[in-house]
Ligand binder design. Structure first.
Ligand code: RP5
Ligand code: MG
Ligand code: MG
Length: 279
């Protein structure tokens, strides 16, 4: 399926681990495949068991498909299967078992803030694309430090955190560098973005993410929300500064030809179609 391409990338990110190759017709768990021999990989950073990582399966028996204390182990896409104590990726085989780089067995919940504005010329007029004759959108994009790909400045939902807060927090950390700001600067950043993030955003996606870190037992899910600056005088004025896991930050033209991390391009396509912009 289209949602399961990057989760089968040959080389597991940040490692020398090669996935057991899974052809398109063998992705679904329902397809019998006795020869399937996935590689077991849990990254060294996860094996150190930091606070955000679950223990190894065996001694650890979390409550899958439910709210487990403050950790939400429910999937946005419905009930997932658990086989031999391990949750099964709802999209199918990935060629890797274990946690990979992910902290949670089962769904790892993220939130993706898609902050957009219309592209304007020096006279302030909206720029229309030459061939599609539709106005161009721009969105705040970060260049991820881990892989160098452009992405939405999203991040993990902390245990017990409201998604609405994750959206604002991750945007502040990655695109406005709030983690490095002084208390006064932080206050100013908060003041300037609260209005935008308090406005009702447009939820464009909720579900599984085709993330290259996914394994058969651990996978990314997200809620992607669009916050749009229609007039161009709220967020458009914000001084962008890359922070945390972002190496660069910039307003980028929204276009189907722009390669983006994981399934982020799919989320932007929904924004574009809803706002009748160029794609
Ligand atoms: C993607 O990984 C999500 O869509 C989100 O953008 C991101 C969250 O992971 P980190 O940025 O915290 O690595 O699957
Ligand atoms: Mg982050
Ligand atoms: Mg992030």
């Amino acid at each position: 399926s289209l949602l399961h391409v990057k989760a089968r990338c040959p080389l597991y990110p940040g490692s020398d681990t090669r996935r057991f190759p899974v052809p398109d017709d063998k992705v679904k768990w329902e397809t019998e495949w006795p020869e399937y021999s996935p590689v077991n990989y849990t990254a060294p950073i996860v094996l150190k068991r930091p606070v955000w990582a679950d223990p190894d399966i065996g001694s650890f028996t979390p409550r899958f498909n439910s709210l487990d204390g403050s950790v939400d182990r429910r999937s946005h896409v419905g009930e997932y299967r658990v086989k031999n104590g391990r949750p099964l990726n709802p999209q199918g085989r990935t060629g890797v078992i274990g946690q990979g780089l992910l902290g949670r067995w089962g769904p790892n919940h993220a939130a993706d803030p898609i902050v957009t504005r219309w592209k304007r010329d020096s006279a302030g007029r909206r720029v229309i694309h030459a061939t599609s004759k539709l106005p161009l959108l721009q969105f705040v994009s970060i260049k991820r430090k881990d892989c160098g790909e452009w992405a939405i400045p999203g991040g993990m939902v902390d245990p017990g955190e409201l998604v609405s807060l994750t959206l604002q927090r991750e945007f502040s950390e990655e695109a406005l560098n709030s983690l490095e700001a002084s208390p006064q600067e932080k206050e100013k950043i908060l003041e300037r973005i609260t209005k935008l993030f308090n406005s009702s955003g447009l939820q464009v996606y909720k579900g599984y993410v085709d993330d290259p870190r996914n394994t058969d037992n651990s996978w990314m899910e997200t809620v992607a929300v669009n916050f749009h600056d229609e007039t161009g005088n709220s967020v458009s004025e914000l001084p962008l500064q890359a922070g945390d896991d972002a190496g660069q930050v910039s307003w980028i033209d929204v276009d189907s030809a722009q390669p983006l991390y994981a399934s982020h391009s799919h989320f932007l396509e929904v924004v574009v179609k809803t706002r009748h912009a160029h794609w």
